[in-house]
Design a protein around this ligand. Sequence first.
Ligand SMILES: Cc1cc2nc3c(=O)[nH]c(=O)nc-3n(C[C@H](O)[C@H](O)[C@H](O)COP(=O)(O)O)c2cc1C
Length: 395
Amino acid sequence: MKRSRFIGLAGGVLAAAAGTAYWSSDRRNLVRADLGTDDGARLGPTIPISLPEDEREILALAALAPSGHNTQPWFVQPLAPRRWIVGQDRRRWLPAVDPEQRETMLSVGAFLQNLEYAAAAYGYTCRWTLLAAANQDERVMEVALAKTPSPVAFDLAPIRDRRTVRTGFLGEALRGADVARLLGAERESIHYLPTGGPESRWLDTRTIEANRLQSLRDPAQNELGRWIRFSSSEARRRRDGLSTGGMEITGVAGWWVRNFYDERDVMTPAFRARGLERVRGEVATSAGWILITSPDASVASLLDAGRRMARLFLQVRALGIALHPMTQILEEPATRLELSAALGLGEHVQFILRVGYLADYPPPVSLRRPVAWFLRPPGEHATTPPRRFRPADVA
Ligand SMILES: Cc1cc2nc3c(=O)[nH]c(=O)nc-3n(C[C@H](O)[C@H](O)[C@H](O)COP(=O)(O)O)c2cc1C
């Protein structure tokens, strides 16, 4: 065979093989819309239970709350019809970046805010009883729902459509009317630091530094690796953590990560350097920062700060504004110690949120565990191995 013809044929075979390999690979980010009405009954650790439809729907909406690394650190223990304990699942802590469970409590607070709004939409008011005295207490809040005599219409779209956005921010500062709307009556505890100002510049540079320090800490990096859902099949099976879609890794880079990466890659110098490069790119453009503060660090104050963050987050999409929590300054002791002095705030900073207008607002993509996966039978504790849930347990 002539050399040129052989090369042509071999090239064709190789291209066909590569094409077949590509078509049988993990080709697309799994996103929330792909799951549709799949309630995960086939895959979950529990069987579906017979909670009334409205209770199940309220809890599904509560679970759309944001959480660090999307750990979804909550569980719900039904005590009686419309009476639940909301708790924190200690198996979902992030000890390397959140050793005191401050962020876990903030996330549970966001869950409680969503729950309250969702309950209102179904015609209920919530009566709360705080159970936790320390951030580590498993049982956090008891809630009882009561039918409201005069329910108000509540739009659920902001809960369904809320999402964290990390890229594509425009560089202009927030308009005065939008700031007034977002801060509302909460000016004591929500602070806007516009781009270009000294505080905003400080947060830009220290966020990069805190990310650099964190990327060099093996336990933090290891923990991150354990919460990344590299492939679509893993994301579908677990429905939590950071999917490639959630991390906004798309196109060829997303394909590469889904098909060729695993936890060990997170520990390589190249992965750490790329993560830091991403952060540099993100902080380079924004409208500045929003800080959420609280008067102290008690459980009640942390839950309140989480609720405040959720309320703020539910308003921004309608204004074309993105929010991106960037918590590393608070997680790294060296930068955390500098924060209060640098910004001159008397209060405790609980959230650092990068903020900015978007030209196009993408749909939500991060995944959530179905309700049946985070229900816990009465009397069960994290130390007891999960058992199958029987409807009789809720009666
Ligand atoms: C307490 C807390 C801390 C967070 N820290 C970060 C962070 O440092 N960097 C980041 O990109 N996202 C952070 N997030 C956003 C979560 O990753 C995000 O909420 C989660 O992946 C679910 O995605 P969603 O908000 O789009 O539903 C944080 C969220 C919470 C509640």
